[in-house]
Design a protein around this ligand. Structure first.
Ligand code: PGA
Length: 237
């Protein structure tokens, strides 16, 4: 799953689409890109073979909330996925776990897959608190969230956009723990929730991550902006 963040233009999408069409990628890997909202329709037209996602949605279904986009609107224009609780939203927009949970719930109600993000900071990892931090964050971010169409992305904050990818051992340890917490929350069905790793994933690092038992895919920022680099990750998958 690609996350374009605040990047992109009509030209960049056209270029991406031209290159992407020339690559013979395995259809067995599901590829989704989450682009800024003004480009949803252009991406749908140019890249119908890719799934379309949003990077956030409102916790409200409708009403006087200037600047917000509802999950139902996202579904209406062709999005089938939405990222909620990305660390950049938590950091720059003060999003709390309970707001993230509310967003995930409205997204599910609207028929979207919600990709709920969690992850520890560098200071928290250095002090050995990563498992406790992510457990608390994840459980609070999933309060009253149903299992239906749920996806979890583990994104250690220190690995996002820094070039510091978590080692497969660090990522797998956390993913295994997340499976356990999902089982506590949802029973045995929790085992089937797809778990994505995110944080400086590149084609070169993706193969070793995907080889881990509990890593089902990746949430990719920088390397999803160019068709070739995203394709390298798809090939690794
Ligand atoms: P990155 O971003 O791949 O550029 O580190 C990942 C993300 O923030 O989802």
């Amino acid at each position: 799953m690609g996350n374009w963040k605040l990047h992109g233009s009509l030209d960049a999408i056209d270029q991406f689409a031209n290159t992407w069409r020339g690559l013979a990628l395995s259809p067995s890997v599901e590829v989704v890109i989450c682009v800024p909202a003004p480009y949803f329709l252009h991406v749908r037209q140019q890249l119908p073979e890719l799934g379309l996602g949003a990077q956030d949605c409102s916790a409200h279904e409708s009403g006087a909330f200037t600047g917000e986009m509802s999950a139902q609107m996202l579904f209406d224009v062709g999005c089938r996925w939405v990222i909620v609780g990305h660390s950049e939203r938590r950091l720059y927009h003060d999003e709390t776990d309970s707001q993230v949970a509310a967003k995930a719930s409205v997204a599910q109600k609207a028929g979207l897959h919600s990709v709920v993000c969690c992850g520890e900071t560098l200071a928290q990892r250095q002090s050995g608190q990563q498992l406790a931090v992510v457990e608390a964050q994840l459980k609070a971010s999933l309060a009253s969230v149903a299992l239906d169409k749920l996806i979890i992305a583990y994104e250690p904050v220190w690995a996002i956009g820094t070039g510091l990818v978590a080692s497969p051992k660090q990522a797998e340890e956390m993913h295994l723990a997340i499976r356990g917490w999902l089982t506590e929350l949802y029973g045995t069905e929790g085992i089937s929730v797809p778990l994505l790793y995110g944080g400086s994933v590149k084609a070169e690092s993706a193969g070793d991550l995907f080889a881990c038992d509990n890593i089902d895919g990746a949430l990719v920022g920088g390397a999803s902006l160019e068709a070739e680099s995203l394709a390298g990750i798809v090939e690794a998958a």
